[in-house]
Write a protein of this length. Structure first.
Lengths: 417, 417
């Protein structure tokens, strides 16, 4: 017997795709969720994997596990390389595999942009995947190890500078966590070097860090970063990334590890859907988040460019992706129920950015707060938000142990290839 | 002021090196422990990482963390490439770094041997490091994913055969765990393939599995493997390992993933210490575990070839390495106290080999036992043995959750480079 339920194909199991699938799982549809990875990554905590506080399994859940009990949801691991919007087909890298859809939800997210210098990528890894986080962890830990090995035998070593490019939330998190770890955790582990002498330098091209926040919170964030020992350099544009150094105008800054948190580029799948993409490669969508001219194709999350009725662009943050995913599922439900489509509105519940242990900034409506209270709020929101009960309980336990003991059991260096 | 305490350099932070360092930490010596990895790996549980039951951080401890409170122990991360036994120097791959010693303990362990076919290595990974375990995990999980993707669109896929070469403890563990997972855990996760149809084939050249155990326990192990659904093929010699298949004489066995648990070769550092190495590259040592002619150079663990007074060779197992590590430290203490050296004796406390959930074999003296009791004994011994309190508690919790829920949160596929 042929399956008569509408087939919904979701490309990408980030926040947008995952919440779309969870909403659709309750409807009389067949859902196929496709991702290049076998796991959903809880990106807001990736920096903790990079800084060796958490293990990958603590912030990532296998997608099959999430949908085990939803028999109308199928999970396919594979790389989507294109679409045939007329024939309603999705094409895979594995060329023998194509799947057809009645509805398509593209939630392929974003990667890094290197200001037109893709050659900087291997020299300054960004932080979007578990693999990225493990690579940053490896480089940071190896920098300390290499300095210790040199110091043990009295051979000169380059200065232990860590340069983070980009003063948005990811850059601020990385800088704060790294300074904290160097001062408190690493300090007891080495005999020849003094990890407290490590310099953490956060470079931002604009006039202030956390530019999406109000100026008073940016100022607070900068002060909290300074308290942790981070050197914040605003209005500073990186002009070159090289092996062991970063160029800032004419100045050459030695850098044992350079990390990239500056630019975002939408998935190349955007350009395969539409000619109408913005500078970052995001697809301009209609009021119901569909591709103009294709009522059955939704584009959501970081891949979508959408402004609310008052002209405010919806930001590329997890809550927006989640709301978009749920909305796309509601529109498919509306079609099934023969109800009209609606216009998407983003509900901004507030923002939180963590800076380090007991340090953060936040705002809810017009209320701004910072320091320990903001950090507690951040901690609570993020732990509660983690997907999957088991992970949640384990992260709580892990953090409790980490917080009180300053042990870092996750501090493993594993090689690439 | 010059440090007058004897300098003891330990190469390798496996069981032998780690226990030597822990014993030496209490003596008036300076200890430098060197390893290529920044972590001690609890090898007996590596197969659980390979089978996606545990995460790397649950069976590996950063070496610096273990010795944090021992101020006379220094940890260096680096690759040793040779020795100058006359000048008492250790040479590193980082050519600017050499360190001198008064005592040297070489505990560099063993790797895989592919019956003279090193070209088989990339086709059939072994299981000695965290990286090995993650590679096997990736291949096994990807085999299921690839089969599901093909089945979803009706494209034929190769049979889901898993071939494990070598019927020693590692091969038996891998085979049992894989069969168990395919039947119980994977079964609910896929929509198009039936993971229960996966075949797990354990190939052993000799007449029985677990050849180091008495025949009745080998027979019991084979029966327990059969109960789990493993096909055991003894007296079967692998003549070729190719992409997607294994050759056994004239027979070609399709293999989605081939794993190697057959041969062991001592670290190449053995040949740099001595011309007197056995077939497996192990160094023949004197009664006090020193290199003949070099009273200040100990060779211990899997790198040492040593027979007890009655001619019984000391096996390459963790308890033997630990006893050797402690003994080497005692001999250095004897020198400090101007006492005579002694002869090393291996105390065999018994052996346990796990086969799968609730399945194992064991012997203590002349008592043989198998099944659930043996498995409980194995579980108890191994969890208690795990180094570091935190890991121990977490592994207990992790196992408890895993045992009752059959969830596999560690089931992440992470890419290699």
């Amino acid at each position: 017997m042929e399956d008569r339920r509408p087939h919904v194909v979701i490309v990408g199991a980030g926040f947008g795709g995952l919440y779309a699938a969870q909403s659709l799982a309750k409807l009389p549809v067949k859902v196929i969720i496709v991702d290049r990875k076998n796991h959903h990554t809880f990106q807001p905590l990736l920096y903790q994997v990079a800084m060796a506080v958490l293990s990958p399994a603590e912030i990532a859940s296998p997608i099959r596990g999430i949908f085990r009990s939803h028999k109308n949801v199928e999970v396919l691991l594979g790389e989507v390389v294109g679409f045939d919007l007329e024939k309603q087909m999705v094409k895979f890298k594995d060329s023998e595999v194509t799947i057809s859809y009645d509805y398509l939800i593209v939630a392929a997210g974003a990667g890094h942009a290197y200001f037109g210098h893709p050659e900087w990528a291997p020299l300054a890894p960004g932080l979007k995947t578990i693999e990225d986080a493990l690579e940053i962890r490896r480089r940071v830990l190896m920098a300390f190890e290499s300095a210790e090995r040199r110091a043990a035998v009295g051979v000169p070593a380059p200065p232990l500078n860590f340069v983070i490019v980009g003063g948005g939330p990811t850059g601020v998190e990385l800088a704060g966590a790294l300074a904290d770890i160097a001062r408190r955790v690493m300090a007891n582990d080495f005999r020849f070097i003094d990890p407290k002498q490590a310099r953490v330098i956060l470079v931002e091209g604009g006039p202030r860090v956390l530019a999406a926040y109000p100026p008073d919170l940016s100022a607070s964030a900068e002060k909290q970063l300074n308290d942790l020992g981070v050197e914040v350099r605003t209005k500073t544009v990186v002009t070159g990334v090289e092996d062991g150094q970063v160029r800032i105008g004419d100045e050459v800054l030695p850098s044992a590890v350079t990390m990239w948190a500056a630019g975002v580029a939408a998935s190349p799948l955007g350009k395969m859907l539409s000619d109408k993409t913005d500078k970052a490669g995001r697809v301009t969508v209609a009021n119901d988040l569909t591709l103009p001219g294709h009522r059955n194709v939704f584009v959501i999350g970081d891949l979508a460019s959408y402004a609310d009725a008052d002209g405010t662009p919806v930001p590329g943050v997890a809550p927006a992706a989640i709301q978009m995913g749920k909305f796309a599922a509601e529109m498919i439900e509306a079609d099934i129920d023969r109800e009209p489509r609606r216009t998407f509105h983003y509900l901004d519940k507030g923002s939180l950015a963590t800076i380090g242990r007991s340090k953060a900034v936040g705002m809810v409506g017009k209320i701004h707060f910072s320091g320990f209270i903001a950090w507690l709020a951040w901690l609570f929101v993020h732990v509660m938000f983690l997907i999957g009960f088991r992970n949640r309980a384990f992260v709580m336990a892990e953090w409790a142990v980490t917080y009180f003991s300053y042990q870092r059991a996750a501090r493993l260096i594993t090689d690439r290839a």
